[in-house]
Write a protein that binds this ligand. Structure first.
Ligand code: FAD
Length: 427
């Protein structure tokens, strides 16, 4: 090693030590510890938070724990199900995250002790201690919400809401289906992940059927009386897919009452629907890891302090993304990324004894209705009454009765948005 190099290394050591003196509160310095933040869940929320935390304070040791070595991104997966894109494009590795100096551990958290501040894994490795934990475990689907909706029904009529294998299965079934078959999608009550996703799925499947199996149709059975961006979706369906999509809302018998997996029959109080291909999107709650940590309340979701995203039930654990209750914010990848950045800033501030700044958050959701036709909903969210509310005027929707050029521009923005967010989070 040359003298010049040694001097430079000493300089870096000294400045890092000096920075840590400024950055960390006295109790931590007394322990001589480097603060350790453990992030559970390598989806949009968790991965974005780990990276934002790395940027906010290079001195914090960050471990990202996630179940699989590749992440299946759900945004745009409906396009893959409809055969417009290759589902392989939805898969992302954590190589870029590791290169950022974040310790990525592929394992499933199986026990979390919020008092001892430790987490255990399915790999049997030593439990890990954390100073603060961030959880972004996504959602779990409610098995058994109606008679017949068991493990077999879940795999034969898959939701494909986070699982790439299920998305490929639906793709294969659509290809194998005879012309004249019925595709049934059931849409759940809110709160749920990405509220427009079932209707985007219906639209893009209709696009495929119109071109390849025009005698077929899509039926959407809805447990709700109305749905997000309904007027925009219905106008687009009338224009692009007349007679191909039938939406049945709650008061017309949209809520499922039973399923028969052996015949792929979906029943409501009003009727029975025999499906050639079915995708049941059931009611949801926060990912199971939230229950392990005791951060989910009786609703199944996780109440948090909106300033820091720290759990209201367990100190030292922050919850972001779809699992968190974030007022009017939708459960979207875009919202998860915005929450992740806010949460990372708050943790860096808390670890250095500062007060986190009051945040403004954003969410942009695009829904593809055809490859060159999209609609969107964009919102800004601020704290009021201890929760997030949409900024005055509410979220901005694509205009009604807009020309096709506007829908085409929205579609181009939708593809650009996906490239940007996946590049920022996983690239
Ligand atoms: C069909 C569809 C279309 C969508 N389209 C859009 C869109 O256009 N725009 C948009 O903004 N959003 C969209 N979304 C929503 C978006 O995918 C979610 O809001 C987003 O993924 C939420 O991020 P998250 O971090 O909360 O959860 P996730 O992304 O689901 O990540 C959770 C991660 O935690 C891991 N995990 C869970 N438990 C454990 C454990 N115990 N140990 C270790 N790891 C664990 C999981 O394996 C997973 O990797 C769409 C969703 C769907 C289903």
């Amino acid at each position: 090693m040359t003298a010049a190099r040694a001097t430079r290394r000493q300089f870096l050591k000294t400045t890092a030590a000096a920075a840590s003196v400024v950055a960390f509160p006295a109790p931590m310095l007394a322990q001589g510890a480097r603060p350790n933040v453990v992030v559970i869940g390598g989806g949009f929320g968790g991965t974005a938070c780990a990276r934002a935390l790395r940027k906010a304070d290079p001195a914090i040791a960050i471990t990202l724990i996630t179940s699989n070595d590749r992440y299946f991104a759900s945004p745009h997966s409906n396009a893959g199900i409809a055969g417009l894109t290759d589902l392989q494009q939805q898969l992302f590795s954590y190589d870029g995250v590791g290169a950022d100096g974040i310790d990525v551990k592929i394992a499933t958290a199986t026990a979390i002790d919020p008092v001892k501040k430790t987490v255990r894994f399915n790999t049997g490795s030593e439990p890990l201690h954390y100073e603060r934990m961030v959880m972004s475990p996504g959602i779990q689907l409610l098995k058994g919400f109606i008679p017949g909706y068991d493990d077999r029904a879940m795999s034969r009529m898959p939701a494909a809401y986070f699982n790439g294998g299920e998305a490929s299965q639906l793709r294969g079934e659509l290809e194998a289906m005879e012309d004249g078959g019925t595709v049934v999608i059931s849409s759940p009550v809110n709160p749920a992940r990405c509220p427009p996703a079932p209707y985007e799925r219906a639209s893009l499947i209709a696009h495929y059927l119109k071109a390849k199996k025009p005698k077929s149709k899509v039926i959407v059975l809805d447990a709700k009386e109305s749905f997000t961006m309904q007027k925009l979706f219905e106008a687009a369906w009338a224009e692009l897919y007349p007679g191909l999509i039938e939406w049945i809302g709650l008061s017309n018998g949209g809520a499922l009452s039973e399923v028969d997996v052996s015949t792929k029959t979906l029943s409501t109080d009003f009727d029975k629907y025999k499906a050639a291909v079915a995708s049941i999107i059931p009611p949801q709650k926060a990912g199971a890891a939230a229950e392990l940590a005791g951060v989910a309340d009786r609703t199944g979701w996780c109440p948090v302090d909106p300033l820091t995203f720290e759990s209201r039930l367990q100190k030292g654990i922050h919850v972001i993304g779809d699992a968190a209750i974030a007022g009017a914010m939708p459960r979207s990848a875009s919202a998860a990324q915005s929450q992740a950045r806010t949460c990372a800033g708050a943790i860096a501030a808390l670890l250095s004894g500062k007060t986190p700044a009051a945040p403004t958050l954003t969410s942009s959701c695009y829904s593809l209705i055809a490859p060159d036709y999209a609609i969107s909903q964009k919102g800004i969210y601020r704290q009021a009454d201890d929760q997030y509310v949409a900024a005055e005027g509410g979220p901005v929707l694509s205009p009604a009765n807009a020309p096709r050029s506007t829908r085409k521009t929205d579609a181009e923005q939708a593809y650009a948005w996906f490239k940007t967010i996946t590049g920022e989070v996983f690239g």
